[in-house]
Design a protein around this ligand. Sequence first.
Ligand code: NAD
Ligand code: IPM
Ligand code: MN
Length: 356
Amino acid sequence: MKVYKIAVIPGDGIGPEVIEEGVKVLKKVAALDKRFQFEFTYFPWGCEFYLENGKMMDDNGMEILQEFDAIYLGAVGYPGVPDHVSLWDLLLRIRKGFDQYVNIRPITLLKGAPCPLKDVKREDIDMLVIRENSEGEYAGAGDWLFKGKPEEVVLQTGVFSRKGTERIIRYAYETARHMNKSLTSISKGNALNYSMVFWDEIFEEVGKDYPDVKTYSYLVDAAAMFMVKQPERFEVVVTSNLFGDILTDLGAALAGGLGLAAGANINPEKIYPSMFEPIHGSAPDIAGKNIANPLAAIWSASQILDFFGYQDLGEKVLKAVEQVMVEKVALTPDMEGTASTSEVGDRVLFLLSEIL
Ligand code: NAD
Ligand code: IPM
Ligand code: MN
């Protein structure tokens, strides 16, 4: 029987709490379906590890991870370790080191999910954000000059390579074509007169190979407004690293909250393992209380199933997530329930055993 090796990095804050529920779901699916097995290996990397060892992961961490079929990550970052240190040494190191240049973040308003918009039709919020995940504003390039002096200047350089920009835009066109949906590019060519002008040009250029795909192009400020006012405008969306980060938290707010939003960091060539995670952070304000919503982590677990080619199972996990919100028997406080993290996970398992 096929055995999938999953590296689990629960990480910080609520990371371990929500990942535990996702692992439970994956184990249950494997047990019920019987086509394959999962083998989970846990890594204690994160801020506590840093405080003990002065680093966020073992020196040979990337070599170790390379051997796995997928990485399942909770959240990284906690007060006590500067965020730019913790994130660059673990989460961003994995995304970049494994060239996970596609970040897929679905924003779909499932039935029963809370939505702050009035008069919205549920089906109007259904977009797939494809975020560039390897460069752009996250290139880590810059300088800090004249530190502490009156003439102090800092530079944070956005790096947009032809290869990096073309490949994400092409991936998005392929996805839109495959899904028979429109493709919207979100950029900012009016003010960002190098990077986003280049982005827009490449969006047009690559589009010549996809005359069948209907396209739209928005400036990011207007796009943020339209996401709230007329979310039905968006189907498949492609955008840069930073804009994608911000817009997907906005999208999460529209589609049930951060406790429900999932993301897949994909290396499409499969040279390196891909990584699956909820898009939220370690939520220090609620950590350790067993009240974090595990549904985002469970949705990312469903993305693992999709990634391995079991879309039928991925859909069923998503159905169970939807069902849990519809029946409202067990929901965490962010969804106006009183259940604990583990109770929500248990309820998803129960529903899964009925669905599968
Ligand atoms: P956050 O996503 O951790 O929290 C924002 C708000 O959303 C908080 O009020 C939190 O309680 C709530 N929230 C988030 N996830 C929730 C869940 N599953 N259930 C219920 N409520 C939830 O963002 P932040 O507070 O800006 O960041 C905290 C730390 O996490 C920082 O160190 C940040 O750098 C890091 N971070 C990591 C990741 C990641 O690992 N992928 C993502 C975002 C932020
Ligand atoms: C996310 C997070 C990360 C990002 C941070 C923690 C570096 O906000 O995954 O959305 O900006 O990509
Ligand atoms: Mn983010």
